[in-house]
Ligand binder design. Structure first.
Ligand code: ADP
Length: 308
């Protein structure tokens, strides 16, 4: 299949900071591709290059065959971009914002209403409310409508769900799936690991580099080694004790549990963990073998990269 976006060897530095380090990837039609990585990993820099707002130091990218450097006017009129920060006019109403963005692109709400219908129905009761007075989830839905109102060929969403409550995040992702099914590929960045599973493919980005890019299912299925969850009231002490046991790859807190990754499932290490906890803890605890989630995979990749 022909790719819709192609990035080749993109690099960008700010002074001594290498924000993007030789990044190459493809995005195909009808897919949601997520760039997942912590703050400072290079996501916004990449999005700014793809949306023609920033010129890379080296490398190139094309969108629908147009070069982000040479053909930037063409690209600007054919993409929808939702930047990381709230980018709408807080003193304009929901409807006025939408009309404004439609007008910039020589279009109208009425002409392209079909594009936003799915999302706008939730916003319609607040049509006259000023954008600045909307809740976080509603602001983000309005920003999505504004990015869609000119019928773009592709959507770029830079951390669209940051700071938004869990229910609104789920609704927002349901909207994205509908938009993709309507034929618009989506490139989205997020610091939330749990959102990886809503993407068709995920690029794990860290230190300006793509560590791996694949389907979330493939990434999770290829987790190296095995994983244990320890539950105890004495988490701090248990973590210290576990960190001293040889043969454990890593120990980290995950919600109300401690996750331990082992290079392989070996009874002697599990017996040793059990023996140490039994000897040193004064309350009950549990040790369970668990399947990794996306965050476990991400942390494993970060560890592997830091040892390279
Ligand atoms: P993310 O979006 O993943 O948080 P960014 O692309 O914003 O990452 O940042 C990548 C790195 O580049 C960080 O170290 C950040 O501090 C640095 N950086 C980003 N923008 C600038 C800038 N305008 N000037 C200097 N450094 C920057």
């Amino acid at each position: 299949m022909q790719s819709f976006i192609s990035a080749k060897n993109l690099s960008k530095s700010y002074g001594d900071t290498l924000a993007l380090d030789d990044v190459s990837f493809q995005v195909y039609p009808n897919e949601i591709v997520g760039f997942i990585g912590p703050d400072g990993s290079g996501k916004s820099t990449l999005f700014q290059i793809l949306t023609t707002l920033l010129i890379p130091d080296s490398g190139s990218a094309t969108i629908a065959g147009f070069d982000t450097g040479r053909d930037f006017p063409k690209i600007r009129s054919s993409i929808g971009y939702m930047p990381g920060r709230f980018s709408l006019y807080p003193d304009l109403s929901v409807e006025e914002n939408l009309r404004f963005f439609a007008n910039i692109f020589g279009s109208s709400i009425e002409e392209n209403y079909e594009m936003i219908k799915g999302v706008y129905t939730l916003l319609a009761p607040f049509a006259k409310r000023k954008a600045g007075a909307l809740s976080g989830g509603m602001k983000q839905k309005l920003a999505l409508c504004c990015a869609l109102i000119h019928k773009p060929l592709v959507l770029f969403l830079d951390e669209p769900t940051t700071g938004v409550d869990a229910v609104s995040r789920t609704e927002f992702w349901d909207n994205l799936v509908q938009i993709r099914d309507g034929g618009i590929p989506i490139v989205v960045s997020t610091p939330y690991m749990d959102e990886a599973t809503r993407c068709d493919r995920v690029a794990m980005i860290y230190g300006g580099k793509i560590m791996q890019m694949d389907t979330p299912e493939y990434i999770i299925a290829n987790y190296q080694g095995s994983l244990l969850a320890i539950r105890t009231q004495e988490r701090y002490l248990a973590k210290q004790l576990l960190s001293q046991i040889k043969g454990i790859d890593s120990v980290f807190t995950f919600g109300d549990a401690i996750h331990i990754s082992l290079p392989e499932r070996t009874e002697p290490i599990i017996d040793e963990i059990d023996a140490v906890l039994q000897r040193e803890l004064s309350s009950t605890y549990s040790i369970t073998e668990i399947l990794p989630n996306f965050e476990d995979c991400f942390l494993q990749f970060m560890r592997q990269k830091s040892h390279e």
